[in-house]
Design a protein around this ligand. Sequence first.
Ligand code: A3P
Length: 283
Amino acid sequence: SDYLWFEGIPFPIIKYEKEIIEKSCDKFVFRDEDIVILTYPKSGTNWMKEIVCLIQTKGDPSWIQSVPIWDRSPWIESQRGYQLLINKEGPRLISSHLPFHFFPKSFFSSKAKIIYVIRNPRDVLVSGYFFWRKTKYVKIPESLTTYFEWFLKGNVAYGSWFEHTRAWLSMRERDNFLLLSYEDIKKDTKSTIKKICDFLGKKLEPNELDMVLQYSSFQAMKENKMSNFSLITKDAAHNGLDILRKGMTGDWKNHFTVAQAEAFDKVFQEKMAGFPPGLFPWE
Ligand code: A3P
């Protein structure tokens, strides 16, 4: 299949319909107590979802072990997610990959909170290459070299990483916006969980914090069938989706050629110029 092109952005085709993306952009009404996990795909979205779900239950794993991850924190831009969200009473956990300019405008006049997770785009590229090709949602590249070219042009799911990230980072000084990186979460998961608790105004006892840590680990998520995507149906994926593939930083070094690494550096420097040094922990 090909992408669903909507206003110049390629969307994965099965989950989304033009009308629902339009509707979500225009009509979705945010509430002050909403929490949004926002990412460019393959940046650690599901990891963050698991952590935030566990914070909500103070480390009790019964919710994450009984409800599929996509229903615990539904996608605003998917048909199913949108319906679940508008009918949900009480506090909502919401996921989105939407580019900034598509995001529902009601957010900006609410006190809803966004957790935005960034990741080294080189690792995002490699993770995406291995993930998307197993789905039936997108146009399949014949090789990593092809995908590499598409990625730099922004002709991959949700468009350009550079545009997505630049635009969302413009929000980074706001009180209701928490910027995290996959690399920092990986380096010190416990401190990150504490940071998220502070941001959300939650207090956890030390043993509760330990449970959040334990149940959101790579291994625990891999074994949790509500989180490891083993429930994905045949109409969406060919042979099951390996969402928990390697879970490491720097895997791109195993896949890029020297020329590709250089080409990527050049584009990164050009497109991300102007941001303070230190914002991107992998650089
Ligand atoms: P890799 O493909 O590099 O292994 P997303 O949820 O945005 O699709 O991101 C998926 C990436 O996050 C995958 O990267 C996956 O392994 C990684 N990931 C998911 N859960 C994780 C965890 N608990 N610890 C470390 N990495 C995790």
